[in-house]
Design a protein around this ligand. Structure first.
Ligand SMILES: [Zn+2]
Length: 319
């Protein structure tokens, strides 16, 4: 992706593209913004700019530098992700500190992407501060964090902060639709709206939602005839992850309920859970399953508090 393709956030985009054009990119950058606003995407565009070998319009997306960056195999781009244990602790930062003064291998600039710094503790940040205080030439650090306030003031004051904001649901739908040309625009729009314009979440659901939702719906139905309330609660609690996912799961559950009704009526079904439910639950309860799933869908559309939704669903499914 090029900077120009990065959705909305025009102020930040203009500032960065001006810095790129004039060769005045800051050596320490903090990108902050909520989950799914494109922090990593933007950090990666900056990294590609730094290692691009083209003379103009960097990153070109075509030179060996850009290609290697896109395949995560560029020797001058170092990535550490705070979501992976130990990657942003004091020891790791000390390793970076001893590495920064070694000249780049192939590009003119070395890039250190410190992603998801939310849990980067003060000792690690202080260790990092030492590099920021005496920054070596030709090194760019890009940190991403949900709020710049989670970084020490001393780190913040030596960095340029770019803040990203969620975009409108329509902008998110347009951006996501480009990545999923096979999906109907209506489906993408619906998911983007439910994710409140969070592109990352929209894409995540489009990528995994369908299959994952079906799997969870099947697991819930397999758990229904069992007497294990804890298992059912664990499963329904997963609907609290986000509204769009919950909606997909409920759609799959409705299909499952109609399989159970078929099985209870003695018709054949391919769903193993349906046979089991038909054997162990009364017809009345099976019909109520379908009704309550419908009801859950309505409630989900009324902006119910998602934290309680999983618990509520568990109780009505057991009723
Ligand atoms: Zn390039």
């Amino acid at each position: 992706m090029q900077l120009s393709e990065f959705i909305a956030n025009d102020t930040v985009k203009n500032e960065i593209s001006e810095a790129m054009r004039s060769g005045t990119l800051p050596h320490a950058i903090i990108i902050d913004g909520a989950k799914g606003t494109g922090k990593t995407t933007l950090a990666e565009i900056i990294a590609r700019y730094c290692v691009c070998l083209s003379e103009n319009s960097r990153p070109c997306g075509q030179c060996p530098g850009c290609i290697k960056a896109m395949h995560n195999s560029h020797p001058d781009i170092y990535k550490a992700d705070g979501n992976n244990t130990g990657e942003l602790n004091v020891d790791s930062i000390r390793k970076i500190r001893s590495d920064v003064y070694i000249k780049p291998n192939e590009a003119d600039t070395k890039v250190y992407l410190l992603l998801n710094c939310d849990k980067m503790l003060a000792p690690a940040q202080n260790a990092f501060l030492k590099v920021l205080e005496e920054p070596p030439a030709n090194v760019v650090f890009v940190m991403t964090v949900t709020s710049a306030n989670m970084m020490l003031q001393t780190v913040r004051s030596r960095s340029r902060i770019y803040s990203l904001y969620p975009v409108t649901a329509e902008q998110a739908a347009q951006a996501a639709a480009k990545r999923f040309p096979d999906k109907s625009y209506e489906e993408v729009q619906k998911i983007a709206a439910m994710c409140d314009g969070n592109i990352g979440q929209t894409i995540q659901i489009l990528e995994s939602g369908g299959e994952e939702a079906k799997k969870l719906a099947d697991e819930i139905f397999a758990a229904l005839p069992q007497k294990n309330e804890y298992l059912l609660l664990t499963l329904t609690s997963r609907l609290s992850a986000n509204r769009a996912f919950a909606s997909s799961v409920l759609d799959c559950m409705l299909e499952n309920a109609s399989e159970c009704i078929k099985a209870a009526a003695g018709l054949s079904t391919n769903a193993a859970f349906a046979e089991e439910i038909a054997r162990r639950m009364t017809k009345k309860r099976i019909y109520r399953l379908a009704e309550n799933t419908e009801k859950a869908k309505e409630i989900l559309n009324t902006n119910v508090n998602l934290n309680f939704f999983g618990t509520w669903l568990c109780s009505v499914l057991r009723g």
